[in-house]
Design a protein around this ligand. Structure first.
Ligand code: GLN
Ligand code: ZN
Length: 758
């Protein structure tokens, strides 16, 4: 008997049906019954996909109308005060999205993924009360269409640890209110059937846990495992190793332990303990975070190694995490190059892989039927084609990557900045923006028409140039000092570059849920990266030709391009990053040769790439900094390099930011006053800084007075010689009315401050 397992399945639907019905319901174009109807259809269809693929352990309660953490908060009755008068779907969606009277709950990234969960709000005053309806109903629903599911829930330690206290204080101080509710929930669940597998997800176990949190694991799972003999408990972790927690869990009566062997190879060290304690092992070996075909022979080898320690009968073959983090199905990829498509595997295709691997592992190759044999053969072929394909392997790129040794710019910062200040003659508190200006309907339409060949290239270019002209005219009129072209030709700061780099692929339907009903479609890096021709030089040179002021060139940095793409898994991430960095350095050189004097290399996602484990941070920082530096290494002393980073807590990483050695960094700090800036002063940061003076994430126009006091608060931290004045991120999501007035106010505020200072 083969035994395989899927941690969770995407819920958005192969045609994003859930997104569509939710958004139509929110726009009041359809009723809630329609939402429920679509949800039921999707749950059933998704269950059947798994069943048909031969998956033995299929989940219920992996579905959600918005988010599973939010579901858990509702299940536990952790409803913030401001929503307590509401009921049912109104309550649920108000918590997620806010309503007229109450702001939405905060959202943040789920560990190191790009999925965002709703952060539960806990408070000592709140009374919590169990409501297990959703979980119970989804189990029964699946049962009714013929699938006996395991039940997924987020574990109590992860739920609490990833919540926040709204009344101040430590979240875990409220743990004794949370845990009894879980016991109650388990007891309710145990009444559903004579035997039930309960998957309790504890991804927080893959972080560096402090002793206090670690000490909760044993008592928690001793208690939960005792609730009912009918429950078989599977504690599942993913995205990294959870060695410390496993060391403890093996001494509790839980039945299964689920580990990710792809993103946490260290988990192999736990095998002996698992074997000794007679636990069953859910072995995460098919990547739930990527889109590549599994290398089945390699997986079998890994399983063979595992089974040298853990009894074969105790192994369950699984996805490394929920398949939520991969796109749905390849069947809608109609335009993709067949050779490339043949290397890919989305969620539905991964089911077949899990099933096939388990059949071979448990029953031997001889047991395969014709269809399975063919699948196996195709898999072997696809993987060997990936090893040799000329679409992937570019000798020139490899040679260059291995042999490039220039990581440093010419001249130290002190020398550079002196030359730059003389040459560029910008004033103290120089004003600029982050790059993009509003993306209007017309711009989007023009880009789309050009893509669909409905307008000619020259018509398209003319429209973009007209927009650039308008952006420049406005910036000159309002008195901004360092100008930008406005990025009208860019749909997305990564996609724009990906489309022009060799080695980059795009999907038609590779949507991955980002939050609520929202999905993103990350591009993917399948081969060695090179830049066949300049990517931005024409646009930026055109813009520079239209003004006497300095036009800033705009590029996206290597680390951000990497972190917002699916990345090939056949070479190290750091090597891919280095290839991108070299391509960007060519662009920097070309911009510089075209007479561009300031070049900004955005690293919006620099912080996002940080590993979950502190022991791995320095390795990441080393290559991430190296590659930013490679990207700008072609800049001469007199070329000023800017970078921009989106919201970040800089305290832990300030030395790394400094090591990137950008001449100017703009950061997203407007919402927290001068708080985030203090660390720059504290460590004696030398380079120049542009702390955002107003928040661009809201349509609100900041008044002159507000900006004046914001600038004053910045001046309390850093001297005027070191500061630039700018909004806190790109303006592309804003409307022109807002942007115009906000920037006029910003420039006025600077004028006032400069007068006061003189
Ligand atoms: N230059 C980009 C823009 O202005 C930067 C955006 C970002 O960092 N998210 O849109
Ligand atoms: Zn930003």
């Amino acid at each position: 008997m083969s035994k395989n397992y899927v941690i969770g399945f995407p819920r958005i639907g192969e045609q994003r049906e859930l997104k569509k019905v939710l958004e139509s319901y929110w726009a009041q174009n359809t009723c809630f019954e329609d939402v429920q109807k679509t949800a039921s259809e999707l749950k059933q269809r998704h269950g059947n996909y798994q069943k048909d693929a031969g998956i033995d352990y299929i989940s219920s309660n992996d579905f959600s109308l918005y988010d599973n953490m939010l579901d858990m908060a509702v299940t536990l009755g952790a409803i913030p005060q401001r929503f307590q008068a509401l009921k049912n779907e109104e309550l649920y969606f108000s918590m997620a999205r806010g309503n007229k009277g109450a702001v939405a709950m905060e959202m943040t990234k789920w560990l190191n993924t790009n999925y965002h969960y709703i952060v539960p709000e806990l408070s000592i005053e709140d009374e919590y009360k169990l409501n297990g309806t959703k979980i119970i109903n989804e189990y029964k629903e699946a049962h009714a269409y013929g699938i006996k599911t395991k039940i997924n829930i987020i574990g109590p330690i992860t739920f609490t640890g990833l919540s926040k206290r709204v009344d101040g204080g430590d979240v875990f101080a409220l743990y004794n209110k949370i845990l009894p509710l879980y016991e109650e929930l388990l007891s309710e669940i145990s009444q559903l059937d004579s035997e039930i597998i309960l998957q309790i997800e504890e991804p927080i176990f893959v972080k560096d846990l402090d002793a206090k949190v670690l000490s909760l694991i044993k008592p928690t799972y001793d208690r939960l495992a005792c609730v009912s003999p009918k429950l078989k408990i599977a504690v599942v972790t993913y995205f990294e190793n959870s060695c410390e927690a496993t060391n403890i869990l093996v001494h509790t009566p839980v039945d299964f332990i689920g580990l990710d062997f792809l993103h946490g190879v260290e988990n192999l060290k736990s095998l002996e303990l698992i074997a000794k304690s007679n636990k069953k092992l859910i072995a995460g070996i098919v990547d739930g975070r990527n889109i590549w075909k599994n290398d089945i022979d390699k997986s079998l080898q890994l399983l063979k190694n595992i089974s040298q320690t853990v009894n074969k009968d105790d192994i369950f073959i699984s996805s490394s995490c929920s398949l939520l983090h991969t796109p749905f199905s390849l069947k809608y990829e109609e335009k993709m190059d067949e050779e490339i498509k043949n290397w890919l595997s989305y969620a539905v295709e991964k089911l077949d892989e899990i099933s096939l691997i388990s059949k071979i592992f448990f029953e031997g190759e001889k047991a395969l039927n014709e269809k399975e044999k063919l699948l196996y053969e195709k898999n072997t072929k696809a993987n060997s084609s990936r090893r040799t394909s000329s679409l992937i392997h570019d000798k020139n790129v490899q040679h260059r990557t291995e042999n490039s040794t220039i990581f440093e710019r010419d001249g130290a910062f002190e020398e550079r900045i002196k030359i730059q200040k003389e040459l560029l003659k910008y004033k103290e508190l120089a004003t600029t923006t982050i790059g993009s200006f509003p993306q209007t309907q017309e711009l989007r339409a023009a880009r789309k028409e050009f893509k669909n060949l409905q307008i000619t290239k020259s018509e398209y270019i003319a429209q973009m140039k007209k927009y650039i002209d308008e952006c420049i005219a406005f910036q000159e009129e309002c008195g901004l000092e360092v100008l930008v072209h406005g990025e009208p030709e860019r749909n997305d700061m990564v996609e724009y570059f990906g489309e022009q780099l060799s080695g980059y692929g795009f999907s038609q339907n590779g949507w991955v849920q980002s939050y609520g009903s929202r999905c993103v479609k990350p591009p993917f890096i399948y081969g060695d990266i090179s830049r066949p021709e300049p990517m931005t030089v024409d646009w930026i040179s055109y813009a520079q030709s239209k003004t006497d002021k300095i036009m800033k060139g705009m590029l996206t940095g290597p680390v951000t391009i990497l972190n917002w793409s699916f990345v090939r898994d056949d070479i190290a991430r750091s090597d891919v990053s280095k290839q991108i960095a070299l391509a960007i350095s060519d662009e920097v050189k070309d911009l510089q040769n075209a007479g561009i004097k300031i070049i900004q290399v955005d690293e919006a996602a620099f912080k996002e790439g940080y590993p979950l484990r502190s022991s791995k941070i320095s390795a990441y920082e080393e290559w991430a900094v190296r590659d930013f530096k490679i990207a700008v290494s072609s800049a001469k002393k007199e070329t000023q390099i800017h970078t921009h980073m989106c919201y970040s807590e800089f305290n832990d990483i300030i030395k790394t930011i400094e090591a990137m050695d950008a001449d100017v960094i703009s950061i997203e700090t407007a919402r927290s006053g001068n708080k985030l800036l203090k660390i720059f002063a504290k460590v004696g940061y030398k380079q120049e800084v542009g702390p955002g003076v107003y928040d661009i994430h809201s349509p609100r126009i900041p008044s002159v007075d507000e900006i004046v006091s914001q600038i004053k608060s910045l001046l309390e931290v850093l001297p005027k010689e070191q500061l630039w004045i700018n909004p806190d991120c790109g303006l592309k999501t804003r409307k022109w009315e807002e942007v115009r007035q906000s920037l006029i106010n910003m420039v006025d505020a600077v004028t006032i401050i400069r007068k006061e200072l003189n």
